[in-house]
Design a protein around this ligand. Structure first.
Ligand code: NCD
Length: 315
């Protein structure tokens, strides 16, 4: 089992508060867990006897499944909590729900919630580990970590790379977690999107040593980047008229076939999913040799095993 001396937090709430060393330590720990998925018996006893609750107050396919699978590969018991059919629909508050779940003797809550700050609020209230699986437009730290892991696997490093994050930045918790993580590990982040979905203030979010640039013209930068991370157009979070039409968005900010021809030949294309094929990303690019999209999903499992293991070992 990996050494846990570099990780002391019971919770994973964001990447903003992590150091480069802590991030690298999680990625190194994920490396040791990646091998488990290649065995015929895909289980280790690291969390035997522990109970993890998957509490998702928003829709999710891959994140929820990935966490459940990660916990089960560590031999923890996983309980699925969903808002529908629970007392939340009777008006119970998040805190009361969490306290009641915790009273049953669980060891970790994985929470996805539409309110920014909900995971942090929970962490102040309960005694068990809290892992943020996406809180509103704030952060999605395990997605950020798996994006870093995927980039590190592809290039052998993160430092010095130029990474474009493109699209609906303002509404994206993935963009925020990626931004913190990438700049901490020394990548240059180029945020690309229309002014309505990408305020200039994002430039000030750099945490160093990497820089952040805000660009409203995708064509001006597509030829210089090593990685392009296309974000989903988040219709459910979009305030009215943040861009004129979907066609217009695709034309200026989509990874179209034509634009892809002007990228570096070995540009690495990522997307957190779920994809709007033909909107932010062309079909053949998503399925083509430059795409790392399914690798992100595959590596996400090892990264989440590492996060569960490290947080649940910490006192
Ligand atoms: C993202 C999310 O829910 O934040 N998806 C994911 O977790 N894989 C991104 C999105 O919904 O667009």
């Amino acid at each position: 089992m990996p050494q846990t001396t570099s990780w002391t937090s019971k919770h994973l709430l964001d990447l903003e508060s992590l150091t480069a060393e802590q991030i690298a330590f999680v990625l190194d720990t994920a490396d040791t867990f990646a091998e488990v998925s290649t065995r015929s018996v895909k289980k280790v006893p690291a969390l035997r006897g522990k109970v993890v609750v998957n509490a998702f107050f928003e829709d999710s396919t891959r994140t929820r499944t990935s966490f459940a699978l990660a916990a089960s590969r560590l031999s923890a018991d996983v309980i699925d909590f969903s808002e529908k059919g629970s007392s939340v629909s009777k008006g119970e508050t998040l805190i009361d729900t969490a306290r009641n779940i915790e009273a049953m003797g669980i060891d970790a809550i994985i929470i996805r919630h539409q309110a920014a700050g909900s995971a942090a609020l929970l962490a102040r209230t309960v005694k068990c580990s809290v892992i943020n699986a996406g809180d509103g437009a704030h952060e999605h730290p395990t997605q950020g970590l798996l994006d870093l892991y995927t980039i590190r696997k592809r290039f052998g490093r993160v430092e010095g790379l130029k990474v474009a994050i493109v699209g609906d930045i303002a509404n994206s918790r993935v963009a925020r977690s990626d931004l913190w993580g990438l700049t901490r590990l020394g990548a240059e982040v180029i945020l690309v999107g229309p002014p309505t979905l990408l305020p200039r203030a994002f430039e000030r979010l750099a945490t160093g040593p990497g820089r952040v640039r805000v660009v409203h013209d995708f064509d001006a930068v597509c030829g210089e980047v090593d990685v392009i991370n296309m974000l989903r157009v988040q219709n459910e979070r979009m305030k009215s008229a943040q861009f004129p039409t979907v066609r217009e968005f695709t034309r200026w900010f989509g990874l179209t076939w034509d634009r892809f021809q002007r990228c570096k030949p070995d540009v690495f294309v990522m997307h957190p999913g779920p994809m709007n094929r033909g909107v932010e990303i062309h079909n053949e690019i998503a399925d083509g040799p430059n795409s790392g999209i399914l690798k992100q999903v595959e590596y996400g499992l090892a990264v989440r095993m590492a996060v569960l293991y490290l947080t649940m070992q910490a006192e």
